[in-house]
Design a binder for this molecule. Structure first.
Ligand SMILES: Nc1ncnc2c1ncn2[C@@H]1O[C@H](COP(=O)(O)OP(=O)(O)OP(=O)(O)O)[C@@H](O)[C@H]1O
Ligand code: NI
Length: 337
């Protein structure tokens, strides 16, 4: 991007207060992503190298005991954020900025050590499991021989909780339905005491009952103290269970709003894009705004939402607005105070 603008959020508090059962409790940050940028090195004709920037100065926090929904149009960088946290980016990816987990920097080594254990992915594709390995072995993972018996007992208890019959333990993935596989993946996170759960589009194409069931598992994990990141296109689903909603646009965050801000006509929402998403929902008469998010190679010096914004001022074409804290949320917009 052109102008070099200071984009960091002001020193974020490590803790915030939330009200649980009428009492104020501390919600601790488990994951802190600050000023994350990601680009891919691409080779064009004549071995010319170009950098394709896909995430720019992105900052979010995931709190223990909370669900943070990440919404935004296709290509806005949601999955790449997940892959950056999990350390599964391709080799031509260049990552900069800060990712802290549990108060310490999340280095590539730490990502690899925690992946599938403390940090769990619940992916969209049900092909995530090994097709040739028995479910029970996959869920339990590598454990010492002496601990096997105990783990099997634990597995049985957890499977029961998620309505998976004991026969499932001996089955192969292709014998399970999509819903069962999702429950197996949730069980895996539970048995391995995962603390950060990243669910990437866990609900598309699900009927109402299965959708609610999947959401309730995520809520269950948050109630147990996990920090859950729910990546989804389905804002209505996100609003059912999430505490906060981060709105992504063209590789950055435009707003992180509390779920309560989505009440009524969305008058408490801060960013014009978040309001536009809200107005596009069925209950708000599908009022869609024109245009599309800028492509990665469209360079513009101003606010990335400039083209589509109904509130833009001259100032908005000069420099990217800072991400600021406003009324309990954060927003990247010049017109909000
Ligand atoms: N390996 C790659 N090389 C180059 N560009 C990539 C690569 N992987 C992803 N991208 C681009 O980065 C952008 C963000 O991709 P990402 O998968 O994070 O989007 P998303 O928000 O998860 O979208 P969706 O909602 O469709 O899943 C997209 O434009 C995508 O084309
Ligand atoms: Ni995605």
């Amino acid at each position: 991007m052109g102008n070099k603008v200071e984009l960091r959020t002001k020193a974020e508090p490590v803790t915030a207060f939330k009200t649980v059962d009428g009492k104020k409790r501390k919600a601790e940050v488990l994951l802190n992503v600050e000023d994350l940028s990601l680009s891919f090195t691409q080779y064009t004709s004549g071995l010319r190298q170009t950098e394709l920037k896909v995430i720019s100065n992105l900052s979010i926090q995931a709190y223990r005991g909370e669900i943070l929904a990440v919404v935004g149009s296709s290509g806005s960088g949601k999955s790449l954020l997940a892959h950056s946290i999990l350390g599964i980016l391709p080799s031509n990816a260049k990552l900069s900025g800060k990712i802290e987990y549990d108060g310490e920097e999340l280095t590539q080594e730490r990502k690899e050590a925690l992946r599938g254990k403390e940090i769990a992915l619940i992916p969209q594709a049900t092909t995530y499991l090994d097709p040739l390995m028995k479910i029970s072995d996959q869920v339990i993972g590598c454990v010492e021989k002496k601990d096997k018996g105990l783990m099997r007992k634990l597995l049985r208890e957890i499977f029961q909780r998620y309505n998976l019959k004991s026969e499932v333990e001996g089955m192969l993935p292709h014998e399970l339905s999509g819903g069962m596989i999702r429950r197996v993946l949730v069980s895996t996170a539970v048995i391995r005491s995962s603390k950060l759960i990243i669910a990437d589009e866990p609900t598309p194409g699900l009927d109402e009952k299965t959708l609610n069931e999947t959401l309730s598992y995520l809520k269950d994990m948050a109630d147990r103290g996990c920090a859950v990141i729910l990546i989804t296109h389905d804002i209505e689903a996100a609003l059912k269970v999430s505490h906060k909603i981060a709105v992504f646009y063209a590789g950055t965050v435009l707003e992180v709003a509390n779920v309560e801000d989505f009440k009524n006509n969305g008058e408490n929402l801060r960013h014009p894009y978040t309001r536009a998403l809200w107005n596009a929902l069925p209950q708000n008469n599908f009022q869609v705004i024109k245009g599309h998010q800028p492509m990665q190679d469209e360079v513009f010096d101003g606010c990335i939402f400039y083209e589509r914004c109904s509130k833009k001022k001259a100032l908005c074409s000069q420099g990217i607005p800072e991400l600021r804290q406003v009324n309990g949320g954060v927003v990247r917009c010049n017109n909000v105070s």
